[in-house]
Design a protein around this ligand. Sequence first.
Ligand code: FAD
Length: 432
Amino acid sequence: MAASAGLDVLVVGGGPAALAISTALAEHNLSVGVLSSSPRQHPWANTYGIWGEEVDALGLSHLLSHRWSNTVSHFGRGAVDGQHDSDDGTIHHRRDYGLFDKQRLQEHWLSLGERHGVQWWHDGARLIEHTATHSTVSTEGGITLRARLVIDASGHKPVFVRKPAQAAVAGQAAYGLVARFTNPPIGAGQFVFMDYRCGHLSPEQRREPPTFLYAMHLQDDVYFVEETSLALAPSVPFAVLQQRLQQRLAHAGAVMETVLHEEFCLFPMDPPLPDLNQRVVGFGGAGGMVHPASGYMVGGLLRRAPTLAQAIATCMGDSNWDGSSIAATAWQSLWPLELRLKHGFYRFGLSKLMGFDEARLRHHFHSFFQLPDPLWYGFLTNTLSVGELAMAMARLFGLAPWDVRTGLLLPAQRPPTWQSATTSAEMPSPAA
Ligand SMILES: Cc1cc2nc3c(=O)[nH]c(=O)nc-3n(C[C@H](O)[C@H](O)[C@H](O)COP(=O)(O)OP(=O)(O)OC[C@H]3O[C@@H](n4cnc5c(N)ncnc54)[C@H](O)[C@@H]3O)c2cc1C
């Protein structure tokens, strides 16, 4: 098939990252193409949550399907070294949390792209070749597309971006259900960010890697409940998460009537930063943009796409820039020193948390949410400056009980392992 006449930028992928960056670039009047192995309006599999203030600041709160003001976490009795035995370690976040209507979010980007002339090809990218001025992508279906810059937004296992080898990448694994309940698992109108209580677990299970419940009331008798492992290498098996979810629901007296949807979630939490000197620029999962302490990314995509697009548009305005220089400038804009330093802090913190047993982890998070509200919120959304992040970590150390302090000071512990299953989580095949 014939090659296109030549684009300014070709974006590979059709998920949130591809749509965010392609529309941001097209708004600069660049000629932008999207090449995706999934059809243009293919429904996204994942559901995306975001803090209310974050989505308000982006001016996109109209794209939420749900918004909760009753937002809580539970860290169990004795959450701070037995000092707070009178309560159950419940934290009221006093912050809204929202769930994107994923179809509306996708349509928002697609219509913006259409308005600004983004072209679409539905095919899988296979090969890439570079000359000094252009890159040419060949597809599975035999199309060739030429562009001055290629952005790889094909997800956590990118087709073109090279990532440094790492012995074991920690995965966030979760098993979730959307279901009708005759006896609900959480309060009506409530969002539970983290429920680390573990009264339902046997002593053996409590020695295994800790997991928490992430849950939301969706409507009427419909709730989403998800047993989640923050991060572990190898990741916690789905069978363990499923069993723990059932135990937790039974312990809470929740009675499920009908399962409407089952979710298997697994993505890398602590991949090293990609090599910033490569010719193809990554964005989203492909660009290593997942927040290594929380697993969130969509807010980051929305905040960082305009800056990256601006940097690329400036280069494109000058025909003397060759492909390598444009890519180098784009990578630096995506990962400036400040963000790289913060990424290092977060990965360091996560490596400590992965070695914490369940009691220490509950104590840690209970202390974390004692931080002043702007600090814990800024930490989770990656909106603090490096200085503020360092201050948050120092304050956290001061607030934390001794078991957490020693855990933070000692070399990272080897994560506990599980007895009840031997295979770590792997994404089920689409047919499963
Ligand atoms: C179940 C789940 C829940 C999550 N929940 C949240 C959340 O609540 N909030 C949050 O901020 N983050 C969340 N995340 C993390 C992160 O935001 C998602 O992983 C997000 O989908 C990553 O976006 P992406 O566009 O980089 O990659 P993907 O969404 O994986 O999209 C990749 C795209 O590339 C296409 N593609 C792949 N290979 C090729 C190829 N060779 N050629 C052309 N196209 C190709 C695919 O078809 C797909 O369209 C969640 C992740 C998962 C797995």
